[in-house]
Design a protein around this ligand. Structure first.
Ligand SMILES: [Zn+2]
Length: 90
């Protein structure tokens, strides 16, 4: 596995801008649809590793977003769906 992704040099990669967790390239909530496709492709042969990776990001993003705005932090169930649950979908 590698962290090198085949992005054109001029294009921002679809990676998370922390601590807001929006996409650097398209501005949507991360993981955006493109990021999900790339992750699915990158982890095509190792769904367990993808789930573990996503669980780590779920933890980091929840911590960041609660620190940024404790009163308006996202619902934990929504965060789980956004970061973890989608990874198990075929
Ligand atoms: Zn994106």
């Amino acid at each position: 596995m590698t962290n090198q992704r085949p992005y054109p040099r001029h294009a921002a990669p679809h990676t998370p801008l922390r601590p807001m967790w929006c996409c650097r390239a398209c501005g949507q909530q991360w993981p955006c649809p493109t990021a999900r496709l790339l992750l699915k492709s990158e982890y095509a042969d190792n769904n367990v590793s993808l789930s573990l990776y996503l669980c780590g990001l779920f933890y980091e993003a929840t911590r960041d977003l609660y620190r940024l705005n404790p009163a308006g932090a996202p619902d934990p169930a929504d965060m789980f769906a956004r970061f973890v649950a989608w990874g198990r979908q075929a």
